[in-house]
Ligand binder design. Structure first.
Ligand SMILES: [Zn+2]
Length: 433
């Protein structure tokens, strides 16, 4: 006779605290992460050599096949939606309640690591497995999901599966090609139905909430020596394209005072970006990561420079304020350098804020396990930002060693993986009760 969550707690209380809090099987979770790493590993490589498991690739297909077997072992039935997202449901005692959704992704960047996405996906399946073997029936149904192609490896687009679920595919996107493969064919490859892609859409409120466990991909938790991050949200991104127009002239015959050197002006602007970003307290970041110099020849004064500016923060207003300071500096630099500077906003991604009530659940779950936490933004994008448009969302971060990710050197201590999965488990128990 399966126990409900309430009965489970009563049974635990009845045993006069003899029964410890429900914990995931840390050894099994580790084995599953190590087994998944076989798919996409470089030939002859080891776990430490990471994976190239690009969305829709053969390695991705093999990894998904493994996960479907693990889902079956966890007593659930794998289901693939029209976009190729992989779902597994464990029914609760009250089927009238919207289920809780937990998950992540298993695709990687080229030469990626073994934890980004894999941890959250396998921890979600581990929770189904644990409830199955302990014969625990939650009140609310629980569903695990492995989103298709989260990384921006197909035609430069990220969050491919979760965007389809949120109804945010671009018009004509199924016609995009990558490596000679059409997106519709890629989706079909992993068992999706591109002809019925609309059926992948999830209605707002269809789930009670979405929870995702993920590695931090930064070094804050490690630096603060804290095991758990409670994510405040996924930052907004503003990307600008800058064009600096000077005058290309002979590098030998043009006297220094007469030059209109676009690269000198652009260099000043790069420093001005850093200054503007660090000019107020907070966790905002700004980067000039793309830079083109014309004509890019040793004996010609640079006549034109094109570069990017990318700003990220949870607050869109703060990003606008920083951009305004950058514009002021650009005007000053243009005037003193005799060049023209054009600054144009090309990309704006809204921030996706985590739901305070879900953050509270994560926080108290960690506390119940004796794990200290800190609140933090996510500077990287996640499938959770798509789900935040549909229902309450929360994310749990665990430390990344050295703050490294998207690299074979990406690593999270196994004990930290287990701690994060346990916080996810406690949060699941609280939200499905
Ligand atoms: Zn990820």
């Amino acid at each position: 006779m399966p126990l409900t969550r309430g009965q489970f707690l009563c049974a635990a209380a009845g045993a006069a605290f003899a029964q410890p809090a429900l914990r995931i099987d840390a050894a099994r979770l580790r084995t599953h992460i190590e087994t998944l790493s076989l798919h996409g590993r470089p030939p002859g490589g080891r776990f430490e050599d990471g994976v190239s498991r690009l969305g829709y690739s053969d390695a991705d297909l093999a990894g998904r096949a493994l996960l479907m077997r693990l889902i079956t072992l966890a007593g659930a039935q794998p289901r693939i939606d029209a976009a190729g997202n992989l779902f597994a449901r464990r029914s609760g005692a009250d089927p009238s309640l919207p289920p809780l959704l937990i998950g992540s992704h298993i695709d990687s960047v080229p030469s990626g690591g073994n934890f980004d996405g894999d941890l959250g996906s396998l921890a979600s399946i581990e929770i189904l497995h644990l409830l199955h073997t302990r014969n625990i029936t939650t009140r609310r149904s629980l569903e695990a999901v492995v989103w298709a192609c989260e990384e921006a490896t197909f035609a430069g687009r990220s969050l491919n599966g979760s965007r389809a679920a949120a109804g945010k595919l671009e018009p004509g996107e199924l016609e995009h090609t990558s490596g000679g493969l059409k997106k519709s064919e890629a989706i079909r490859r992993i068992g999706g139905r591109p002809d019925r892609i609309e059926e992948a859409r999830i209605a707002p409120g269809a789930y009670h909430a979405y929870l995702e466990l993920h590695i931090e991909q930064g070094g804050t938790l490690e630096k603060e020596k804290l095991p758990i991050g409670v994510v405040d949200g996924i930052v907004a991104v503003d990307r600008y394209e800058v064009e600096v127009e000077g005058f290309a002239n002979h590098a030998g015959t043009t006297p220094m005072p007469e030059r209109q050197d676009a690269l000198i002006a652009a260099s000043k602007l790069v420093l001005a970006v850093r200054h503007a970003v660090t000019g107020e307290p907070g966790r905002q970041v700004g980067t000039v990561g793309h830079f083109e110099v014309h004509p890019n020849a040793p004996n010609v004064i640079p006549g034109r420079v094109r570069h990017s500016i990318e700003l990220r923060d949870l607050s869109a207003e703060k990003l606008l304020r920083i951009a305004e300071r950058i514009r002021e500096q650009a005007a000053r630099i243009a005037a003193e350098s005799g060049v023209r500077i054009k600054l144009e906003n090309k990309v704006h991604h809204e921030a996706a804020l985590a739901t305070p009530a879900i953050q509270d659940v994560i926080q108290s779950s960690a506390k119940s396990l004796g794990l200290p936490t800190m609140h933090m933004p996510s500077g990287a994008g996640h499938d959770a930002q798509m789900m935040a448009q549909l229902f309450p969302m929360g994310m749990i971060f665990v430390p990344s060693r050295g703050g490294i990710s998207h690299s074979p050197r990406e690593f999270t201590d196994w004990a930290d993986c287990a701690r994060g999965a346990d916080v996810l488990l406690q949060s699941v128990m609280a939200l499905t009760a």
